[in-house]
Design a protein around this ligand. Structure first.
Ligand code: NCD
Length: 321
């Protein structure tokens, strides 16, 4: 039974916590055995850390990687998403990792293949593994999630990172505030109970966690922000504005960061930044997610795993555990 990871919205608090526990176990050296499972990476948008991190996670856990270079694939000849993902399934894919500019593309793919589909970022919708690695990083630094105040700053409306983080942190009992210029905030709160404000000062007051977002210029309309200089002056995360946050605030950024625009170099490379730790944790989270996607619901660490055959019946499926 393949399990899809399409959103954090779909996951109960217990399931998120158990994925974080698994990822922490991986960080502590308990590498899952994916025994030759086939993990395909299909990225219709640029990526450095997410794509490399999934591939690194797959390889370290003994899976095979089927990497698709979309620019040089039949997508360029007009092949549809559904035909492309069905082709990958027929090639013996067990887990299809998909990034796409259209919100909902992984959900569409999941309806057409029997292998697991993991959303690696879909348009302005969600980026669940990024949300999990943000949670893991904060849990490591702060020792908990519940009760923290998390400020997510910047281009919220276009950010799948913001949406997954808002769902994940809220589910685990943190209070979340979204802040940015009115043109870059959603009309209504995307997650029940989250606060929204145009005031950076209000958002940062008493914050335990600050998540700075990149301006998603590829998704913005002309005129969303007058100039990036003005944006930086009003919403840039810098040492002076962080004085409003708790003294032990931890600063996150999903990367790639436009250092000097949404975050200053002092903050990005300073002692409160956990940006590099986020990248490291990304590999652990993705190993845990690949195992979760492959494992039947009843299989947990230490249980006897059951071999299964892939839906196509061509590929002897891996034993995981
Ligand atoms: C983010 C993405 O692609 O959604 N990057 C990432 O996955 N680490 C954020 C961004 O591109 O701004």
């Amino acid at each position: 039974m393949a399990r899809h990871l399409l959103t954090l919205r779909d996951l109960a608090a217990e399931e998120i916590t158990s994925l974080l526990d698994e990822a922490q176990a991986v960080a502590d050296g308990d590498i899952p055995a994916l025994n030759g499972a086939v993990v395909a990476t299909l990225f219709y948008e640029p990526s450095t850390r997410t794509e490399m991190s999934f591939e690194q996670a797959a390889r370290r856990a003994g899976a095979e990687v089927l990497h698709c270079d979309v620019e040089h694939s039949s997508v360029r000849k007009g092949e549809s998403l559904v035909d492309t993902v069905r082709t990958f399934a027929a090639l013996g894919t067990d887990v299809l990792v998909l990034r796409h500019p259209a919100s909902g593309a992984p959900a569409l793919a999941a309806r057409h293949v029997r292998c697991a589909v993991v959303n690696a970022g879909d348009g302005m919708h969600e980026h669940p593994t990024q949300g999990l690695l943000d949670l893991l990083t904060v849990r490591q630094v702060k020792g908990r999630i519940a009760g923290l105040r998390v400020a997510i700053i910047g281009d919220v409306v276009h950010s799948r990172v913001a949406r997954s983080a808002a769902w994940g942190f809220s589910r685990l009992g943190a209070s979340v505030v979204l802040a940015g210029p009115a043109t870059l905030l959603p009309v209504a709160a995307p997650v029940p109970g989250v606060e929204m404000t145009v005031s950076l000062e209000t958002a940062l007051s008493g914050a335990d966690v600050v998540l700075a977002l990149r301006l998603q210029r590829e998704r913005q309309a002309a005129g969303d922000i007058p100039t990036s200089t003005e944006y930086t002056r009003l919403y840039g995360v810098s040492d002076p504005v962080l004085r409003r946050a708790k003294p032990d605030v931890v600063v996150l950024h999903p990367g790639p960061a436009n250092v000097g625009v949404e975050i200053t170099a002092e903050v990005a490379y300073g002692p409160r930044s956990a940006i590099i730790r986020q990248v490291e944790n990304g590999v652990y989270v993705r190993m845990a997610v690949l195992r979760w996607a492959l494992a039947p619901r009843t299989v947990r660490h230490g249980d006897a795993a059951t071999p299964r055959r892939s839906p196509q019946g061509q590929h002897a499926a891996p034993v995981v555990g």
